[in-house]
Unconditional design. Sequence first.
Length: 190
Amino acid sequence: MTMSDFTVHTIESAGASKPMLEKSQKTYGFVPNLHAVMAESPALLEAYRSVADIFDTKTDLSPTERQIIAMTNNRLNGCTYCMAAHTSIMQGLKVPQDVIESLRDGTPIADPKLEALRVFAEQVNQKRGWVDDSDIDALLAAGYTQQTVLDVIVGTAYKVLSNYTNHIADTPLDKPFAKNQWSAEAHPAS
């Protein structure tokens, strides 16, 4: 099987994933191709939706802080689909444009607290969780808590599910996200 052989399901072809795709349609006004590809595995789609919901509703992080964690992982994992999708999400959330640009480019965020979160999320990803005490201390010194340390792991797990799916399935970018297309070559980290 090659990447191009993965099915982008419709609600009608989704089998056991049909109720989840119907919920996606109701929530977003369309079925994102990521969900449509994940529908091949009801377990994956349910896990993704569950972790995403937990990340959005059970952490103490603001929408901007959650997007910082998501986008940092998307960029480091080279997920072109998620970079475009989350850029669109951030625009809808009215995240400041300079924060969006920093996350797309992998450059420092001007706000020191948000920058500490970005750096910590980067360390968790790059070190596969084997962060140093100094990494944790820097996050805590910026005003975050031990809960934040662990919530970054939730956000990282959430992005592993989507980023890896997109890499394997070569998920086609949805039209609503196309204006925010991204590539590592076009947005090199400084």
